[in-house]
Design a protein around this ligand. Structure first.
Ligand code: GLV
Ligand code: MN
Ligand code: MN
Length: 438
């Protein structure tokens, strides 16, 4: 198929910047500069409003599904009933004090890619949709990819309704407060059945593309990963009067757990992090009564992850017993390795190579005098979780990554250069054209 895309750099830049700039202030904390976009809060409502406005400005039919995920549809009246849609998008929620790009880049790029396709006069043969999945980060209710797990039936609706945030508010209560009906939560085969493929564009959360000198990559796989909550229960007492031998201090097994996480990660070639701790009652002059801590662990393969996690949890339990502390371990989410669909990846690689999205240099090999050599678009695996990894269990899914010059993510310092964001939009548009054009 001959591409209708003739991207004018200024048009892509304007379309992207208009969308990006209007979303940028939403949910941003003035002190830290980080984002606090948690599901079913005021910031979330503002993100939803932004999504519906972006859809309306493009005459896309928009709605929220039963699981709180947002959809904007470029309908195709001439498409037959079997013409399953091409889906793109990502998420708008953030980790506490997260960056601007993780999630929103994929949603903004989806709308901007539609602008670009329309500017080129592209007439899709099948519908194209942009989605914003609900609570991808699990920052409020503890389960990452909450919306896509519910949609695909991986998370049972009753278990979801009973999830509680840090203040004890249930997901059902939060949804009701936001005007959504928690009774409708659960697997949605009809909606999933209307989609043929999903391509999520995301900022890279590492430095591979910066090192390779390439703006865009295709994802190969997502590492297996998970979160385990440790509840360490001791006894509150006076810091200045309780003899060491009489203490039951949950901070001590926590310290052993944190050090063992680092050691096990290094020895197993995995990653393990304790990034969230709640110590109660939290007085500087008292021994804690309880400590809740979250272990996040990831590794390229399941056996490696299992080895590292069981070592860390064994050390946690032993240290708790040694210090007279109760220890309960609750797996909050466990996600197996995902290999993205090889056929779909091949199509993306071909279309991106043809559109010149690969890195270029001036070497002689094959380029000819004055012509830069084009290399294939890089293929990367990632330790970060994504909705595309959850959706991949139900339909062919793929991901594009956009260069992050520092690799920093889940931080206000997360960044992508505007030129790379625009290269991402052009690459996504080429992919949507390929997938929706026949
Ligand atoms: C999502 O960003 C995750 O990998 O935790
Ligand atoms: Mn993230
Ligand atoms: Mn993300």
């Amino acid at each position: 198929m001959t591409s209708v895309l003739n991207p004018q750099a200024e048009d892509v830049a304007m379309s992207f910047a208009g969308l990006w700039d209007s979303l940028l202030p939403v949910g941003r904390d003035a002190t830290t500069g980080g984002y606090r976009r948690y599901s079913f809060t005021e910031a979330d409502a503002a993100c939803r409003e932004w999504f519906f406005k972006a859809a309306a400005e493009r005459s896309l039919r928009a709605d929220s599904d039963r699981n709180g995920n947002l959809w904007a549809w470029w309908d195709v009246p001439t498409a037959g009933p079997a013409s399953s849609a091409v889906l793109t998008g990502s998420h708008l929620d953030s980790v506490p004090d997260g960056g601007a790009y993780d999630g929103p880049l994929g949603v903004v790029s989806g709308f901007a890619a539609i602008d670009l396709l329309r500017a080129g006069g592209f007439a899709p043969a099948r519908p194209v949709a942009v989605a914003a999945f609900c609570e991808e980060e699990g920052a409020r209710f503890g389960v990452p990819c909450l919306g896509s797990r519910l949609l695909t039936g991986v998370l049972p609706p009753q278990a979801a309704r009973e999830l509680r945030d840090g203040r004890g508010v249930t997901l059902a209560e939060a949804m009701t407060g936001a005007g959504l009906d928690p009774a409708g939560l659960g697997e949605d085969d009809e909606l999933l059945g209307s989609i043929g493929t999903f391509v999520e564009l995301h900022i890279e959360q590492g430095r591979a593309l910066a090192d390779l000198g390439a703006p865009v990559a295709i994802a190969e796989a997502i590492w297996p990963h998970g979160r385990w909550r440790l509840e360490l229960t001791g006894r509150a007492d006076h810091a200045g009067t309780t003899r060491l031998a009489d203490r039951s201090d949950p901070m001590l097994p926590l310290a052993a757990t944190m050090l063992s996480a680092r050691q096990a990660a290094a020895s197993h070639r995995a990653l393990a992090t304790v990034g969230k701790v709640i110590a109660l009652p939290g007085a500087a002059n008292a021994i804690c009564s309880t400590v809740s801590a979250w272990l996040d662990a990831r590794a390229p393969y399941q056996a490696v992850l299992d080895g590292a996690v069981s070592e860390i949890l064994r050390i946690a339990e032993r240290a708790a017993a040694k210090h007279g502390v109760g220890c309960t371990i609750v797996p909050e989410s466990v996600t197996p390795r995902v290999e993205f669909d090889a056929g779909l990846r091949g199509r993306l690689a071909a279309v991106l190579a043809a559109s010149g999205a690969g890195p270029a240099d001036g070497d002689a090999d094959g380029g000819g005098a004055g012509r830069p050599v084009r290399h294939a678009v890089p293929v990367l695996s990632t330790g970060a979780g994504h909705d595309a990894g959850v959706i991949a269990a139900r339909l062919p899914a793929a991901m594009l990554f956009v260069r992050n010059p520092t690799g920093v993510s889940h931080s206000p310092a997360e960044h992508a250069d505007p030129a790379d964001c625009e290269a991402g939009v052009v690459a996504l548009a080429a992919v949507l054209e390929e997938l929706a054009g026949r």
